[in-house]
Design a protein around this ligand. Structure first.
Ligand code: FE2
Length: 186
């Protein structure tokens, strides 16, 4: 497990996007906070779910897709593929590998009825708000930021929304934006 995690982290560390590596580690932390008995597959999926973004010559580009959902689906499938290439170097059971693939392929738009997938989606979205949003906000305008917040918010559970309410940013504009956003989405 440790060796696998090291290899995944080495790939993500090379990402050109500064928040990719802290986000990967933070999603795993959120997964364990939300489900302390998360199994190996769920922990690997948490760490590697966005791995394709870190590899510039294999990365899926948003502009090639007609809408954000199709872009996110292609991103998930590509991340699962790259993760499996890493996992195949290790003596893991087919069951664990299939589960990692399933979790990563569905982490953006997956079913509401799968508890582990919901944990992964909640962890990913909470981490987006916690780690990525301040940096995302520096690179994008308010409309794009609000669209991305909306996209993350609509996929989280009521439980995760309670955590989100407690988030505080150093940037006051962003704090007010989140407060207003939560109020408007009640
Ligand atoms: Fe993510």
């Amino acid at each position: 497990m440790e060796e696998i995690e090291c290899e995944i982290k080495e790939v993500i560390k090379k990402s050109e996007i500064p928040e990719d590596y802290p986000h990967a580690k933070n999603v795993k932390e959120w997964v364990l906070r939300l489900k302390s008995d998360a199994d190996t597959a769920l922990q690997i999926a948490a760490l590697a779910h966005d791995i394709e973004r870190a590899i510039s010559n294999r990365k899926i580009l948003k502009n090639n897709f007609k809408d954000y959902d199709s872009f996110k689906k292609a991103h998930s499938i590509n991340s699962a593929k790259i993760t499996l290439e890493i996992l195949n170097k290790f003596p893991l059971s087919k069951e664990v590998k299939d589960k990692v693939r399933y979790l990563i392929e569905n982490h953006e738009l997956g079913s509401e009825n799968d508890q582990e997938l919901s944990v992964l989606k909640d962890a990913d979205s909470l981490s987006f708000f916690e780690v990525n949003l301040p940096l995302y906000f520096q690179r994008h305008n308010i409309d794009d930021t609000l669209f991305r917040m909306q996209w993350g918010y609509r996929r989280i559970s009521e439980r995760a929304k309670e955590f989100l309410k407690q988030f505080k940013y150093k940037n006051e504009t962003l704090n007010n934006l989140l407060k207003e956003f939560i109020y408007n989405n009640k």
